[in-house]
Design a protein around this ligand. Structure first.
Ligand code: DQA
Length: 147
């Protein structure tokens, strides 16, 4: 069975009340439960982690090297700034798919760059929580191609 890390970065713990015009009204626990269901329907188990702290996200990726077949990541604003997380994703060395609830390519200029994109096999944006289903499918395809 594939084991997937679902990793969320800063401010995503506030989903449900934070900028619903961009991020919708679903809370993070609801979103995580949805991805878990989509995973189990596809024979994959999903473990979730969220942190507002860059180092905690890096520690989690380093630990996941031991057990995960791949990762689905929404690193929030660290997407646009964190070379440390980009390096950690490269070191993770398993397929990673980047997902964003909002369409970052159509928002403020600073959101249009993703420094983690080169470390990812695919990127899905602007589809709300449905984007996580597409991202999961892309991730499982990449894992199956690798194995
Ligand atoms: C986000 C987009 C980022 O620019 C922002 O900082 C977030 C959420 C998204 O899911 O659309 O926190 O990653």
């Amino acid at each position: 069975m594939n084991e997937i890390l679902l990793l969320h970065g800063p401010n995503l713990n506030a989903l449900g009340r934070r900028n619903p015009e961009h991020y919708g009204s679903v809370t993070l626990p609801e979103l995580e439960a949805r991805v878990r269901e989509w995973g189990s329907a596809r024979g994959a188990s999903v473990r979730s982690f969220q942190s507002n702290h860059e180092g905690a996200l890096i520690d989690t990726l380093q630990e996941a090297y031991e057990w995960a077949s791949g990762a689905l990541v929404n690193l929030g604003a660290f997407t646009h700034t964190s070379y440390a997380l980009s390096d950690a994703l490269l070191d993770f060395a398993k397929p990673v798919v980047e997902v964003h609830l909002s369409k970052i390519s159509a928002r403020e200029a600073w959101r249009r760059t993703s420094v983690i994109r080169p470390s990812c096999v695919a990127s899905v944006e602007g589809l709300g929580i449905e984007g996580y289903r597409e991202a999961l499918d892309r991730l499982l395809e990449a894992i199956n191609e690798n194995s």
